[in-house]
Design a protein around this ligand. Structure first.
Ligand code: COA
Length: 260
């Protein structure tokens, strides 16, 4: 898979996508959004890819935000389209039912932070820095932070971060629940891959069903969400993997999941 602004590394049953404009701190331009959209669409259609790790090229940045040079050209009409274009790609990513992990190797600012928010999990190197500095530029976040950050860290911390434009380090991000785990810089990819590889030993239908139900909770009342969970639970009970997983427990052996 050849792209100009991203690198895609294919592993046995998952892929690593690297944002690849290191001289611009991996700032997200339209071409990068188009290429991300393309790879996500390919993943949606490929049943052999069971997870995605997203990271940044170079040692300094995951992504330092939307490309400010492109953004500067926006007016009130094109600005809305600018936001919708990136937002659509982030939503496509967020709605994937295979695990997606942002391995944050440096600055994750503005759209870069929002891209991590569109992943299911965020692992950070000790060097990582997070923030939504848009108000410094006279704008607001346009790729979901007012919504996803608020869901993730709560109203108070989301408002604090967004209206102050403060940048926080990896440990602060972990403390407020923005980051799942922090690792030494050199171990970030190894630890992230180990985590994903462990998840991929589980029943993949169950993993996807769990992601689906948890994501549904963002848009449903508790009563609706519980109803949805029971429906999906029932569907999962109809799979071969469920019979195998429970039988393996009863026979005191490891399950052999087939994804069916
Ligand atoms: N859009 C476009 N280019 C960007 C960028 C962005 N969001 N962030 C960094 N770059 C470019 C810089 O213009 C510079 O390019 P140049 O070498 O051609 O001048 C290059 O990346 C390196 O950045 P630089 O600012 O020199 O690095 P630094 O270490 O001094 O500072 C940051 C790092 C992250 C603090 C700083 O780049 C920054 O504040 N970036 C913008 C963050 C932001 O506001 N994001 C939200 C955008 S909506």
């Amino acid at each position: 898979m050849n792209y100009e602004t991203i690198l895609v590394e294919e592993k046995q049953n998952y892929i690593i996508v690297k944002l690849n404009r290191p001289d611009k701190l991996n700032a997200l331009n339209s071409l990068m959004f188009n290429e991300l959209d393309d790879i996500i669409k390919k993943v949606e259609l490929n049943r052999d890819i069971h997870g995605i790790i997203l990271t940044g090229s170079g040692d300094k940045a995951f992504a330092a935000g939307a490309d400010i040079k492109e953004l500067h050209e926006s007016d009130d009409r094109s600005g809305k389209l600018f936001s919708e274009h990136g937002s659509k790609v982030m939503s496509r990513l967020a709605q994937l039912k295979i695990p997606t992990i942002a391995a944050v190797n440096g600055f994750a600012l503005g759209g870069g932070c929002e891209l991590t928010l569109a992943c299911h999990l965020r692992f950070a190197s000790e060097n990582a820095k997070f923030g939504q500095p848009e108000v410094n530029l006279g704008i607001i976040p346009g790729y979901g932070a007012t919504q996803r950050l608020t869901h993730l860290v709560g109203y108070a911390k989301a408002i604090e971060l967004i209206i102050s434009a403060n940048i926080i380090d990896a440990y602060e991000a972990e403390k407020i629940g923005l980051v799942n785990k922090v690792f030494p810089h050199q171990e970030l990819m190894l630890k992230t891959e180990e985590f994903l590889q462990n998840v991929l030993t589980k029943g993949q239908i169950a993993v996807s069903a769990a992601i689906d139900c948890i994501n549904a909770s963002l848009n449903l009342s508790i009563a609706e969400g519980l109803k949805y969970e029971s429906k999906i639970f029932g569907q999962v009970c109809g799979t071969k993997d469920f019979k195998e997983g429970t039988l393996a427990f009863l026979e005191k052996r490891k399950p052999n999941f087939v994804g069916d």
